[in-house]
Design a protein around this ligand. Structure first.
Ligand code: ARG
Length: 462
């Protein structure tokens, strides 16, 4: 690249210190933006030709040169030199080396400030699509798994204490709901960020007759930005993107946590295929859920990127500042980490089975039907607060004599409330209770089946 030059060579005396070169370079990180940089540059050059700022022939040379460079990079033949600081300068230098004068015209009316803001938005649009595809796959795996357990009861927990009976399907579907909101959040993020900053230049726009709508149209942006100062310095979409990733990581982490707890011997609810377990270097009997633990652990990394991104933005003066270069390492890490965790979570869900036998064997513990009994009393005209007290006394009674509520005789029940009749046994026992749930969205078999139908249709369209 003998002819390659750095555009500010004429402004600064001598060569930069090696330390400076290493410190300011972002090429090692942002080279993965190359595709977006190249399509952005081709669109910009085409617009320059349309506006007669360069000739058609110059545009052709630029376009062909950029396509060649793109192939060289994709095939690993491109020589990255950190003295060019970032992917934008590296590509431009290579283009000048290939095309000479035509290449020197590419940056007309453009700054790296609007260029990088454009590249990031193009990158993000793609990554949002990938994230959404992975979320959908996970949701489908959850719905498929839920379909196996629409009649099987498990304890529903609050405070990790047994609360009320639920069907396993409803439990599994609770995650489908969480990931659906993540999907929608990404839609919103995409809508806000899909705006072209190109043509905003360094901070003030340009005195050249650039057609900003042309580049926006070519690059598939839905609109252009309307304030050049904001356009080059705005990275709130990066913080928002990372937040969306962080929320996915949160949901994945909670799922992982449940799977870890539920597959312990103490619970024995879930069994994950060996392919997704690891063992111990010392204890030969061990079957560990390191994969789920890592999903949980990697959440920390994603949260870290969110705090980092917000901190980068917080005290910058108006306009572009080089601090902004630090955005990319964090958006990349957030996307990479969450994508890998989504893949893993999908594999785990697809290769897990609920041990319905061992779950049913323990359903008698914890008085899961107590709330339904209180609601039975409400049906017989008792105020809920009194019903709560009556059932509380019955539960204490049962605990003393080591009995379940449904093992109490009608006489024993009547001692606490005379309104109780023999039909009370219809409201006792976990399966009967779950069958009796009638509210929309409840965790019973009827509702679970309806939800599965809904999700199958909904996700089938994606
Ligand atoms: N590598 C820089 C970044 O990622 C590109 C913009 C640099 N602009 C400048 N005027 N120094 O933000």
């Amino acid at each position: 690249m003998a002819e390659a030059e750095k555009s500010w060579e004429k402004r600064l005396a001598g060569k930069p210190d090696e330390l400076t070169v290493d410190f300011v370079e972002s090429l090692s990180i942002d080279k993965r933006l190359f595709k977006y940089d190249i399509v952005g540059s081709i669109a910009h050059a085409q617009m320059l030709a349309e506006q007669k700022l360069i000739t058609k022939d110059e545009f052709k040379q630029i376009k062909d040169g950029l396509i060649e460079i793109s192939e060289e990079i994709a095939q690993g033949r491109f020589h990255f030199e950190k003295q060019y600081e970032d992917i934008h300068m590296a590509i431009e230098a290579a283009l000048v080396a290939k095309t000479g004068q035509a290449g020197r015209k590419l940056h007309t009316g453009r700054s790296r400030n609007d260029q990088v803001a454009t590249d990031i938005r193009l990158w993000m649009r793609d990554r949002i699509e990938i994230l959404q595809a992975k979320i959908t796959l996970l949701q489908k795996a959850l719905v498929k798994s839920a379909g196996r357990y629409t009649e099987d009861i498990m304890p529903g927990y609050t405070h990790l204490q047994r609360a009320q009976p639920i069907v396993i399907a409803s439990y599994i579907l609770s995650f489908t709901e969480q990931f659906e909101r993540d999907f929608t959040r990404l839609n919103n993020c995409c809508r806000l960020q899909n705006i072209s900053p190109l043509g905003s230049g360094a901070v003030a726009g340009s005195t050249l007759p650039l057609d900003r709508k042309s580049t926006a149209r070519q690059l598939g942006f839905s609109d252009i930005s309307y304030n050049s100062i904001d356009a080059v310095s705005d990275r709130d979409f990066c913080a928002e993107f990372i937040f969306d990733c962080a929320m996915i990581a949160t949901h994945l982490s909670r799922l992982a946590e449940d799977w870890i707890i539920y597959s312990s011997n103490e619970f024995g609810f879930v069994r994950i295929d060996d392919a997704y377990c690891t063992s111990s270097s010392m204890m030969p009997q061990k079957r560990n859920l390191d994969v789920a633990e890592l999903i949980r652990g990697k959440t920390g990394r994603v949260y870290g990127t969110l705090i980092a991104m917000l901190t980068i933005l917080k005290a910058q003066p108006s306009g572009y500042n080089r601090d902004l270069q630090e955005d990319k390492v964090h958006i990349f890490a957030a996307a990479d980490t969450v994508e890998a965790s989504l893949d893993m979570a999908c594999a785990i869900i697809s290769h897990s089975r609920f041990d319905t036998k061992s779950i049913s064997a323990c359903l008698d513990k914890g008085f899961l039907d107590a709330t339904a009994l209180a609601e039975y009393l409400v049906g017989r005209g008792i105020a809920f607060r009194q019903a709560h007290g009556i059932v509380g006394s019955l539960v204490s009674e049962c605990e003393k004599h080591n009995k379940k509520l449904r093992e109490l005789t009608l006489d024993e029940l009547k001692q606490q409330s005379v309104v109780i009749e023999v039909d009370v046994y219809e409201s006792l026992g976990v399966a009967k209770v779950a069958e009796k749930y009638i509210t929309e969205g409840a965790a019973g078999p009827k509702q679970a089946k309806r939800q599965i139908e809904y999700w199958t249709k909904q996700l089938g369209q994606r």
